[in-house]
Design a protein around this ligand. Structure first.
Ligand code: FE2
Length: 384
């Protein structure tokens, strides 16, 4: 798939956000890619190809003239991940990995004008990480610039209208991938950040003031709590609704919140989960399970109460229970979702697989069921 066909046009929930009163100063065409800093990019790429079914499409490293690090680009549908590892122990990326383990570093956003995106956001108070710069190779040029987000996470603006290569200048195409086992994942639905105690509103304000996002949904600790653990969450969305960033902070409970466990383990604020959309969650999750992806266990009682809570749905409840898929409904329809276990040994980043059938929700009604499942795992690690 060429970079130019990486369109956001068919993303879910594109009409849900009210038009902002002023012209959008940061028009986004969608998520460009997510870059992870990892201890061994070759092996991490293999995991995403064999387990999640992504295809290796591009590579940059010493063989392509990039002497200090190696990067593998994997794709499925419109989802694009970059796995990057440093080749020297004194490299800044090595310090990121020493502190955080493997984790998401850059949530890159696809724009028409990276210079203007950087100028508009830094003028409104964003801290610049990298001023606009141009990359060139025989396939054309691309412009990139980065600003700081929560913790050590950054947003990179990617302008690629003059570029026809496999990813970005400097990357070499990988023509075919014998390892990839696609599972029908289509696009990124949302990417969630965990921030510290009482920091949620600060970051909600950052996305509103600096990036022109607006509040899409919010949940308080009455919605998202169990006896032991709680969190608060607000979902911020950009003007056209293509990009949604829920922001979580821990809330007080009798025992340690799952957000607090993340903050202690990462440590500090960072990306908690990335939700990947599918049109057929039964098929996708069946394949993901066959390929070794581990999901949170959902208690049987969840399914005995399901039809009473969400009403009639197309999918057989027995199949949903076998796969551990959760269901939630709002006034627009329903959605199906499932959460993986963390994909690192630290209890940090995990993935969500989501299928929307009209619903624009993020699974508010499932938080309790999900939390109880997460807490059983937390207790098994001795962290509850
Ligand atoms: Fe989610």
């Amino acid at each position: 798939m060429s970079a130019l066909s990486h369109s956001a046009s068919s993303r879910a929930s594109t009409h849900a956000v009210a038009e902002p009163p002023e012209p959008d100063f940061l028009p986004l065409k969608g998520t460009d890619h997510v870059e992870f800093y990892v201890g061994n990019a070759r092996q991490a790429a293999y995991f995403y190809r064999a387990a999640f079914g992504m295809s290796l499409v591009a590579y940059a490293g010493p063989e392509t003239g990039q002497r200090d690090r190696a990067s593998y680009v994997v794709e499925q549908g419109k989802i694009r991940f970059v796995l990057t590892t440093p080749l020297r122990s004194d490299h800044p990326i090595a310090r990121h990995i020493a502190r955080h383990g493997d984790g998401a570093r850059a949530l890159a956003l696809w724009v028409d004008d990276a210079r203007r995106s950087w100028e508009e956001t830094t003028r409104r108070g964003a801290k610049s990480v990298t001023a606009p710069y141009v990359l060139r190779d025989e396939h054309g040029s691309a412009v990139l610039a980065s600003i700081q987000a929560y913790g050590d996470t950054i947003h990179t603006f990617v302008e690629r209208s003059d570029y026809t290569g496999p990813f970005l200048p400097g990357f070499r195409a990988v023509e075919s991938d014998p390892v990839a086992r696609p599972v029908g994942l289509k696009h990124i639905d949302h990417m969630v950040g965990n921030v510290g105690w009482n920091q949620m509103n600060e970051w909600v304000d950052f996305y509103a003031r600096v990036m022109g996002f607006s509040l899409y949904q919010h949940f308080d600790d009455k919605d998202i709590s169990t006896e032991y653990s709680a969190l608060m969450s607000k979902v911020m969305a950009n003007g056209n609704g293509y990009v949604k960033f829920p922001i979580n902070e821990p809330a007080a409970g009798k025992k340690k919140s799952q957000v607090e466990e993340y903050l202690d383990s990462y440590p500090g604020p960072g990306v908690q989960h990335i939700a990947l959309a599918t049109d057929d969650i039964l098929l996708s999750v069946t394949k993901l399970r066959e390929q070794g992806v581990e999901f949170l266990h959902v208690p049987h009682t969840y399914y005995t109460e399901l039809e009473g809570r969400v009403g009639k749905i197309d999918e057989p409840i027995r199949e949903l229970e076998e796969l551990g898929i959760l269901v939630d409904r709002d006034d627009q329809g329903y959605m199906l979702q499932i959460f993986t276990r963390p994909v690192e040994d630290r209890p940090t980043l995990f993935f969500e697989i989501i299928q929307r059938k009209g619903s624009r929700s993020f699974g508010k009604g499932n938080f309790k069921a999900l939390f109880e499942a997460i807490e059983r795992e937390q207790a098994a690690r001795g962290n509850l």
